[in-house]
Design a protein around this ligand. Structure first.
Ligand code: HEM
Length: 438
């Protein structure tokens, strides 16, 4: 019965709008074969796209209750989390989804690099992709401020400060981003408008272009760029499988697995909402989101100007990669130098991000407590001195030395205050142990 009604409607529409031509065209395109070497790693683009769709839908739902003002932004998010039915789930899907989307975007770009997918004739596809990366990081940066909690407020302060160190335009950029000298309600409304109106439109345009080019050019072969691109018939002959249903099923299963993993994380390690933003109380150890950590850390080792110019050059080199890395080989096995450099780049970024995470914290490894300075270098924390011994030492010392000790005591106190949550957690767990803290 339903089938008959549906085909009736289809015929009715076809008589008037000739939709069968569009349907035939879509079907022909969807069943085009993909090359034999296309494996699970080629699902990352689709996973990213799925997360964008999920971000769009969960974002729409959040907007029903979210209020973009310094007075009520925090309370509205708290209300969503605590009072709105399934509000906690929608917010967690949105905040976790942002992290997953960016992670898979990086994985996708890395996959494209190692398989030489950016090479002739797919340079424009790479440029569209790179613009999508910038827009997605923009989503992350602007969205981070919206809950208006301590972490988001001070994280944005640090992030905009870094942008403010750009040579020549830095001070203008800072005021443009913040809407004033400091992060304020103007920044919040500005970020909100960019997050929910400007970026989604740009993203939609870019992703349409990116996907069109991928369907138009097909997935790149592994052969050299000097050889002509294989026709669909040749791909099929060489063992390629139809995009629909074979590859779609493969991608669909990866998408479902990743979504299931995200749901597990939401249930077992939900992302917290911290204290409400307080512009007069700077919390210690403020750091940007994980995807900006490697750059944030790299900037610590060199003078600011060198760091900013260096990062700008690296970003420019990556954007223009297809125009200067013009060797014809695509297969990773035939590009040992590019592959080695690529691996080094990824490892260096992960190492810098880890150093940033460790910096300005204390951790206990194998029973020894370490303090990690701002560069991430460890130093052993001396055992606390018993008060009676200090007093006895102090009494035996001349006046001048006492004041030195007093100031180092203050330093010790403030370094204790500087402890991060991890530090506190370690301390608490030690105290919980029978006989702990000795
Ligand atoms: C939200 C962002 C993005 C989405 C939704 C997306 C989606 C996709 C999809 C579905 C594919 C085909 C399957 C695959 O290779 O995974 C693809 C291919 C491609 N993407 Fe992306 N992508 C995004 C961002 C990027 C970025 C950041 C880059 C690089 C900077 C990039 C460069 C490319 C290139 C060059 C191809 C063609 C690869 C080939 O033919 O082998 N994309 N993208």
């Amino acid at each position: 019965m339903i089938g008959r009604v549906a085909s009736g409607i289809y015929r009715w529409l076809d008589d008037r709008l000739e939709i069968s031509k569009v349907v035939d065209f879509a079907y022909k395109n969807l069943t085009k074969p993909v090359p034999k070497h296309v494996n699970w790693l080629f699902s990352f683009g689709t996973v990213t796209l799925t997360f964008f769709t999920s971000q769009f839908l969960s974002g729409l739902l959040l907007m029903v209750y979210y209020e973009a003002s310094a007075e009520s932004a925090y309370d509205s998010v708290k209300f969503i989390m605590e009072k709105v039915r399934f509000g906690w789930l929608v917010r967690q899907i949105h905040s976790y989804g942002a992290n997953f989307m960016i992670a898979f975007l990086f994985l996708h770009a890395i996959r494209v690099f190692f398989y030489g997918g950016y090479k002739k004739p797919r340079e424009v596809t790479w440029l569209f992709g790179f613009a999508l990366l910038a827009v997605t990081l923009g989503f992350g940066f602007t969205g981070y401020l919206l809950p208006w909690d301590q972490l988001s407020y001070w994280g944005t302060t640090v992030g905009t400060e870094i942008a403010g160190t750009t040579p020549v335009i830095g001070s203008y950029l800072l005021v443009l981003l913040r809407g004033g000298e400091t992060v304020s309600e103007v920044t919040l409304t500005r970020f909100f408008a960019v997050h929910v109106i400007v970026l989604p439109w740009i993203f939609a345009g870019l992703v349409t272009g990116h996907l069109f080019l991928i369907r138009y050019k097909g997935i790149s072969p592994l052969a050299s760029t000097d050889l002509p691109e294989p026709t669909p018939e040749e791909i099929k002959k060489a063992g390629g499988k139809a995009f629909y249903p074979k590859h779609v099923l493969k991608e669909g299963s990866v998408v479902l697995l990743v979504l299931a993993f995200m749901l597990l994380m939401i249930v077992y390690t939900p992302l917290p909402l911290h204290e409400k933003a307080d512009p007069f109380n700077t919390p210690v150890g403020v750091k940007p989101e994980w995807y900006f950590l490697s750059m944030y850390q790299a900037l610590k080792y060199v003078p600011k100007l060198v760091g900013i110019l260096g990062s700008g050059l690296v970003i420019l080199a990556l954007l223009l990669l297809p125009f200067w890395e013009r060797s014809p080989e695509r297969h990773p096995a035939r590009r040992p130098v590019a592959v080695t450099l690529g691996i080094l780049f990824v490892v260096a970024n992960i190492a810098l991000a880890l150093l940033a995470k460790l910096s300005e914290t204390e951790h206990t490894f194998l029973g020894t407590r370490y303090h990690f300075d701002t560069y991430g270098w460890p130093s052993v924390v001396a055992d606390p001195v018993l008060p009676s011994a200090t007093e006895a030492d102090d009494a035996a010392k001349p006046e001048g030395d006492k004041s030195v000790d007093a100031s180092s005591d203050k330093e010790a106190e403030s370094s204790e205050e500087n402890d991060t949550e991890e530090t506190k957690e370690t301390d608490e767990s030690q105290q919980e142990k029978p006989g702990g803290g000795e």
